[in-house]
Design a protein around this ligand. Structure first.
Ligand code: IMP
Ligand code: MG
Length: 186
């Protein structure tokens, strides 16, 4: 299964089984935390890396919800994100004022993306903005940002799979793996 892509991974960091457990646990916590809110819930998936996590997480949350998508670029290629942030795809919504927004991220690294997006969504009038991330690399943080829900804290290694890419590849791996250094250091 997936041997052509798996051979570029040094090792599996989060297996399919562990991901399923993490998603189920996050879904239960989020369901419990939001079930008494009087406001509608909007899950915002940050493209493209979060699309696989989003698809699983939304089905693990037992509440009425709407979903939407945003895309943010951070100019910078390969394994280093850097520079200025740009909103490539924005929400096409007139009024977020009665809405609980839950931003769904694949991984928090420097923290720049979410430390930018959260105030942005609040400035658009969202009643509440929280963030759920599958993975967190806190040792890489340069911006002051703490996710509200974290699936798993991981060491400072470049990972691919379950939505996460290197040069737009590997997103379809069903697990999260550490990419072999020789793949991106040549
Ligand atoms: P931040 O703004 O530095 O927190 O960037 C987060 C974004 O960088 C994520 O949404 C990913 O797209 C990307 N990223 C950070 N670390 C990795 C990684 O290990 N593998 C793949 N993408 C990553
Ligand atoms: Mg991303």
């Amino acid at each position: 299964m997936m041997m052509n892509l798996q051979k570029d991974c040094d090792h599996i960091l989060v297996s399919e089984e562990e991901i399923a457990q993490i998603v189920s646990d996050l879904g239960k916590r989020i369901t419990a935390d939001y079930k008494d809110s009087k406001r509608p819930l909007l899950l915002v998936c940050i493209l493209k890396g979060s699309v696989v996590f989003m698809a699983d997480l939304m089905r693990a949350i037992d509440l009425p919800m709407q979903i939407d998508f945003m895309k943010v670029s951070s100019y910078g290629n390969g394994t280093v994100s850097g520079g200025h942030l740009n909103i490539i795809l924005d929400l096409k919504r007139e009024d977020l004022s009665k809405t609980d927004v839950l931003v769904v991220e694949d991984i928090v690294d420097s923290g720049r993306t979410l430390s930018y997006l959260k105030p942005y969504l609040l400035s658009k009038g969202a009643a509440d903005v929280k963030c759920v991330t599958l993975l967190d690399k806190p040792s890489r943080r340069t911006a002051d940002f703490t996710p509200d829900y974290t699936g798993k804290v991981i060491p400072d290694e470049f990972v691919v799979g379950y939505g996460l890419d290197y040069a737009e590849q590997y997103r379809n791996l069903p697990f999260v793996g550490v990419l072999k250094r020789e793949i991106y250091s040549t």
